[in-house]
Each structure stands twice: as C-alpha cells, then as structure tokens.
Design a protein around this ligand. Structure first.
Ligand SMILES: Nc1ncnc2c1ncn2[C@@H]1O[C@H](COP(=O)(O)OP(=O)(O)OP(=O)(O)O)[C@@H](O)[C@H]1O
Ligand SMILES: [Mg+2]
Length: 517
C-alpha cells in the first residue's frame, strides 16, 4: 500500500472511531489513543492553556503538561521531550481549532515523516471538529434543559399569580404555593411557616410528595436545631443537614427529611415567615434552590399584604357603619328619654294648669289651649324625627312592618312584596331598611316615576332586595352620597349592591345580603 493510501485509510478509521465519542473528554481520549497507535508514537496528548485534556504513554500522574504546551506548531521538531522509560523523543504538534488554544502533541524517538505529520494534522482537525460538535450539542442540551426549567417555573408562578388575582383567602394561597413549589423543585416536602409574637412559629401550609395530608401545627415556641429557628435568627436563606435527627415522618406527611433549604418571607419590610423545602435523600438540594424559592416569596408577600389590606379595609368600613348606627341609636334614645319625656310632662302640667283657670279668664284659657296644641305638634314632630333617625318600628316589629310604614309614607305609590317571614339578623334588617328607604327617596326625588316595586326574598342563605321604578333612569352613584353610602353599608354587611339605570328605562337596585353567622 502506498503512503497516500495508507494515510487516507488511517484517517478514515480515525474519523469512524472518534465520531462515536459522546463527550469532548471522550473524543480527546480516543483521539490520542488512535493517534499514538497510527503513528507508532510513544506518547500522545492534547493540552489546552496549561491544562491536560488527554494523554497516553506517560505513567499515571507524570504528564509534563508544561513541556507539552511548549511544543507549539512552528517549533515542530525543535522540541525534544524527555519521556520516562523511553528517553529523549522528537515532538510534533498541531493546533486544534477547538477548544481554543489547544494543541495535539505526539512524540517518538525518531521524527515523523512528512506524510505522518500530514496525517497528524488531519487527525487534529477531525478531533477539533468532533469536540466542537459535541460542545455545541452539549450547550444545546443545557439550554433546552434551562428553557424547560424556566418554563416550568413560569407556569408555577403563573398558577399562583392567577390565584392571587382572584383574591382568595391567604390559606388557599399558602396551600397552592406549598404544592407548586414542592412539585417544581422536585422536593419531598414543603412547608410555609409564619412567625407569631413572643418567639413562636405556626405552620400555615404544608405539602408532601407522598400525597398524605400534613397536619398543620399550631404555634409552638422557636428553638432547637431547625431551619425556622435558624432563619429567625439570621433573616437569611439557610440550609440544614438533619441527617437522621430531623422531624419525625409522621409530622411531615410520611417523609423522613434529611436536608432542607429555606428562605425568609418578608412582608412590608418585616420578617413574616419562612418557605422551606426538604428532601429525603442525603444529598444536598441543588445550589439554585434558594433563588428559586425566593421567586415565590415575592408573590406570597404580595398576597399577604393585599389580603391584610383588604381585611383591614372591610373591618374599617364595617366599624364606620356600626359606629354611625350606634350614634343614631343613642340620639334616638336620648330624644326618647330626654326631650320627649320632658315635653310629655310639660303637656300634662299645662293641661292641669288649664283646669285651674277661672272661667272668666277665657282669653288666657284660649291662649293656653293654643300653647298645648303647639306642644302636641312639637311632640309629634320629635317622634317623627326620632323615627327617621332610627325606626323604632324596625327594632320592635322587624323588617316587614318597617317597610310597610316606609311604603305608606312614599309620595309615589309602592307595590311592596315581602316574602321574608319573622325576624332576621339585626344587621340585615337595618341594612335592608336603609336600602329601601334611600331607594324610595331617590325615586321620589329624581325619577319622575309613577310606580315603585319593592320585592324582598330570602334565597339560599341570602336576602335579596329589589327596588325598581318606572322613571327616567340614568342614576349615577357619583352624583351624590346616597348610593355610595348604601354600597358601603351593604358591603360592610358582607353583601353586594348593583344599580341598573339605563336612561329612559327606569332604575333597578338589587342588593344581596348574607343571612348567615
Ligand atoms: N331612581 C332614580 N331615578 C333617576 N335618577 C336617579 C335615581 N336615583 C338616583 N338618581 C340620580 O343619581 C344621583 C345619585 O344618587 P344619590 O342617591 O347617590 O344622590 P342624591 O340622591 O342626589 O343625594 P343624597 O342621596 O346624598 O341625598 C342623583 O343625584 C340622581 O341624579
Ligand atoms: Mg339619594
């Protein structure tokens, strides 16, 4: 076989073998092995930037990386390499296009022929291309994994964010976060804990890979060897190796936790609690666990802050309405016990005085008569006023008679149908009364209506009120304080108010009030 044919065949075999490598490292190893064999070399190596990538022919641990790196192309045959057990060898080298800065070096006692040098360059080229290709494939695999990971993370965050947007209870959010985090991070156990005053901690949500329900422990004192206590001290993400000293499996949904990672949850600048994942294996959770957990703490914190703000808002509205009602009741009581009583006794005394007036003083008698008459009118007016402030008839007789009296006083005829029988919770009665009262007043004041229809029905735990008129429509809650005040009052009682008032088609007010609690 001539030299060219031999060279071609060697290169073909080299390609066939090197191209089966599955990693850069493996390609480099196969390459130096085949090159040494084909060129009958004593040693062959690939070095890169002072690092050894692969070598054959040297005893273990005795590769002179520095010497190999110095045998650069252009200095071909100029370097001599001392090879242990062989002696001074002639080194030949070729640059690899990949990895950048790498060279392939082969050495044997006699110099390589021109054809052999050519073959070696060919091998170097094939090796570089193969390693390059494997690098690209590897990068792509890594990128794809990263993309998949990010997609999962995004989906989990989106699930929680969507839930947060619907305004559920904090407990629902905590449970969702625990589950999403556990599944996303492939944990065996997840726990959300909240710090409570006087150095205690309560579990607010937990999830176990086993699917077993995890009992939510009430507040217990901080202390001992555990992640929550540690984070309470440091305010930082922490890791802990429990090995076999962790919490009993019964407390963690059947999982024996060996290591755990947790990060603090801060709400409005305050340490609020901890979100932690645990694994049953002895190996540490991946290093990016802290940062991935932190992505969720933001959402949890937002949800907590929102929920807190809403609860506070509801509570303050309800306080405002309750205190206004209380004030009305007090004024009513004061009028009744104070001014009204005094007027009544004054009227009685006046009548008594009238009896004692001699018949000849008929002018005085007539005068006293007219004073007594005015006194009675004042008393009536006062009674009327007290009723307007807080209807006694409502407190005494309940909703149906109170609405009847409202309807009777309306200047526009009212068709009243009350299906609710007996007494309802006081708050519902008072709210319903004010709704109907304001709606009737509005209809009389603004609607130019000829009829008003009032319907009151208890349906499935709620009381539904509907007041409609056949007037001009176009009611606008922004236009006054009546409808806005009603909405506040209704929502403070846990209900909902809707106003439908298309111009020219009358106005319909619907209110749903929960009867429960
Ligand atoms: N039944 C109705 N028909 C037509 N327009 C209405 C009706 N009810 C309310 N409106 C319109 O909507 C506006 C807002 O009503 P709202 O009860 O809030 O205020 P108001 O009656 O003007 O004042 P307030 O109730 O504070 O004494 C009214 O000014 C009126 O223009
Ligand atoms: Mg009004």
């Amino acid at each position: 076989m001539d030299v060219a044919a031999w060279s071609t065949q060697q290169l073909a075999e080299f390609v066939a073998i090197v191209s089966t490598a599955r990693s850069e490292k493996e390609a480099a190893h196969v390459a130096v092995e085949r090159a040494a064999e084909a060129l009958d070399a004593d040693v062959a190596a690939i070095v890169c930037a002072g690092d050894l990538i692969a070598a054959v022919g040297y005893p273990e641990g005795a590769v002179p990386v520095g010497d190999l790196a110095a045998a650069r192309p252009g200095t071909t045959y100029a370097r001599q390499l001392e090879v242990p057990g062989v002696g001074k060898c002639e080194a030949a080298s070729a640059l690899l296009e990949h990895p950048p800065g790498a060279t392939m070096v082969v050495a044997r006692l006699d110099r390589l022929t021109r054809e052999e040098t050519g073959l070696m360059r060919g091998m170097a080229r094939v090796t570089a291309i193969t390693m390059r290709m494997l690098r690209v494939l590897d990068d792509e695999r890594t990128a794809r994994k990263e993309i998949e990971r990010l997609a999962h993370e995004q989906a989990a965050l989106r699930n929680v964010a969507t839930l947060v947007a619907t305004g559920p209870s904090p407990d629902e959010i905590f449970a969702a976060v625990a589950q999403e985090v556990g599944q996303l991070l492939n944990a065996d156990f997840t726990e959300l804990t909240r710090f409570v005053p006087s150095a205690a901690v309560a579990v607010v949500a937990a999830w176990s890979k086993t699917g077993e329900p995890v009992p939510l422990a009430g507040p217990k004192p901080l202390g001992g060897h555990n992640l929550t206590t540690l984070i309470h001290e440091t305010h930082r993400p922490e890791r802990l190796e429990y090995d076999d000293s962790g919490p009993p499996a019964a407390a963690t949904g059947g999982v024996r936790i060996r290591s755990a990672v947790g990060v603090p949850i801060n709400v409005e600048g305050q340490l609020w609690g901890v979100i932690a994942v645990g694994t049953a294996g002895y190996e540490q959770p991946p290093p990016d666990t802290e940062s991935r957990l932190a992505d969720f703490t933001e959402l949890v914190a937002t949800a907590i802050a929102n929920a807190g703000a809403q609860t506070e808002l509801k509570a303050s509205r309800s306080r405002i309405v309750a205190s206004a009602d209380e004030t009305r009741r007090r004024i009513e009581r004061d009028l009744h016990d104070g001014a009204q009583q005094r007027l009544v006794s004054l009227a009685l005394r006046l009548r008594a005085a009238q009896e004692t007036v001699p018949p000849e003083l008929d002018e005085l008698s007539a005068h006293l008569d007219s004073v007594a008459g005015e006194l009675t009118t004042a008393l009536d007016e006062l009674r009327e006023m007290a009723r307007g402030i807080h209807p006694t008839i409502l407190a005494e007789g309940g909703l149906a008679p109170a609405l009847k009296s409202l309807a009777r006083r309306s200047s526009v005829p009212v068709d009243l149908r009350v299906a609710a029988k007996g007494r309802l919770p006081e708050r519902v009665e008072v709210t319903a009364y004010y709704v109907v009262s304001e709606a009737l007043t509005n209809a009389a004041k603004h609607a130019q209506a000829s009829a008003i229809h009032v319907q009151v029905d208890p349906i499935d735990g709620i009381l539904r009120l509907a007041v409609s008129d056949d007037g001009i429509g176009g009611a606008d809650p922004e236009g006054g304080s009546g409808l806005v005040g009603l909405r506040d009052r209704v929502e403070a009682a846990g209900g909902r108010l809707t106003v439908q008032s298309p111009p020219g088609q009358g106005t319909r007010l619907t209110v749903d009030l929960p009867l429960g609690q």
